[in-house]
Write a protein that binds this ligand. Structure first.
Ligand code: NAP
Length: 335
């Protein structure tokens, strides 16, 4: 085994869009472990939109990444050395580790999972943070009910693709939007969305939503913000709910953008808007994973991944995901 540990560090803070130069590939030694620690060979890592926010030096629900330090990510890895009685050689662990070939850990926050028929990378997607987010937003926050109309943006992505399928399992009418015709085709023909559209080519997004949701929207699962959120807001039904999950349209903006126009509609239609963070309700996270394993095995849920090979390609995977180049969940295969 090589004794080199390749790592991706934050070289500089992005000024607007992330560029490759903001991230550096460096080589260090594989870390030595001491009592209570384990060494993990990282197999898969996730690139996620929230990482862009952590590149800014601002206070949030997670601390900012530090210049010159290894970036953190959700990782699936194999324990290859252990001085911690809770972990054995060969265990597969999932949790927050580094953008690197090998990570050492005291085990905090890591969970052990078993190899099974489902791909291990699913623990970073449908059986991990993005899948839990879809369930938390649709079930706990928006409380979607059978027969209601659910609208979801970034619908073919890691979170959105699960939101739509969960909506169908609940018995909702599901409409989504995505950034290419191939993605729209996938939503309707593979994932069972009732209707979908390409927000880049549809003309007025508000008019398109009105056409595809003639009864209006009961639940808006908002992943994007900006123009799409504004268009959804104007199409909400009385007493509708907006689960505010993400605002990816803003993440690379240098300056904060004004909120949606026409906020008076919130009063007129008695709407509720609630932001949430996936890990607010751990019981719901566990409940979802149990259900999702069954639904995947029964074919009621499916999941698409874009897997890029090689740690050295993680920066490109991350930047590409922010631009919509991913189809489904973006994963990096490290080993
Ligand atoms: N609250 C939470 O706890 C939580 C947890 C996880 C994720 N999130 C949020 O959920 C959202 C989706 O995350 P994800 O992991 O599922 O990512 P994803 O959808 O797999 O990937 C991001 C997608 O966003 C779309 N996008 C990027 N810029 C856009 C723009 N200006 N307008 C419209 N669409 C744009 C692109 O798809 P198109 O090709 O369709 O444009 C891109 O593929 C993000 O906002 C993220 O921050 C929140």
């Amino acid at each position: 085994m090589t004794d080199i540990n390749r790592q991706i560090t934050l070289n500089s803070r992005p000024d607007g869009w992330v560029v490759p130069d903001n991230l550096s590939l460096v080589e260090g030694k594989i870390p030595e472990i001491t009592a209570g620690e384990i060494l993990v060979r990282n197999l898969f890592m996730s690139v996620d939109p929230y990482m862009r926010a952590r590149m800014n030096d601002v206070k949030s629900y997670m601390p900012p990444f530090q210049i010159g330090k290894v970036l953190e990510a959700g990782v699936v890895g194999e324990v290859i050395a252990s001085q911690n009685s809770e972990f054995n050689l060969g265990d597969i662990v999932v949790g927050m580790l580094g953008w690197e070939d090998f990570s050492k850990s005291d085990g905090s926050g890591l969970v052990t999972v078993t190899r099974g028929p489902l791909p291990l990378s699913y623990y970073l997607g449908i059986l991990g943070m993005p899948g839990m987010t879809a369930y938390a937003g649709l079930v706990d926050i928006a409380r979607a009910q059978p027969g209601e109309v659910v609208f979801v943006s970034a619908a073919s992505g890691a979170v959105g693709s699960v939101v739509g399928q969960l909506g169908k399992i609940i018995g909702c009418e599901v409409v989504g939007c995505a950034g290419s015709d191939d993605k729209v085709d996938y939503l309707v023909n593979d994932l069972g969305f009732d209707r979908a559209f390409n927000y880049k080519t549809c003309g007025s997004i508000a008019k398109k939503i009105a056409e595809l949701c003639p009864r209006g929207i009961d639940v808006n699962f908002e992943n994007v913000g900006g123009e799409i959120m504004e268009a959804a807001l104007w199409n909400m039904r009385d007493f509708g709910r907006i689960a505010l999950c993400g605002m990816i349209a803003d993440y690379n903006n240098k300056d904060m953008t004004p909120g949606p126009r026409g906020m008076g509609v919130i009063i007129q239609r008695r709407l509720k808007i609630q932001g949430f963070i996936v890990f607010d309700n751990p019981a719901s996270n566990r409940e979802f994973v149990q259900k999702a394993v069954t639904w995947l095995q029964q074919g009621k849920l499916s999941y698409r991944e874009t897997i890029i090979e090689g740690l050295e390609n993680a920066p490109a995977a991350f930047i590409g995901m922010l631009k919509g180049e991913n189809f489904g969940k973006q994963i990096v295969k490290i080993a």
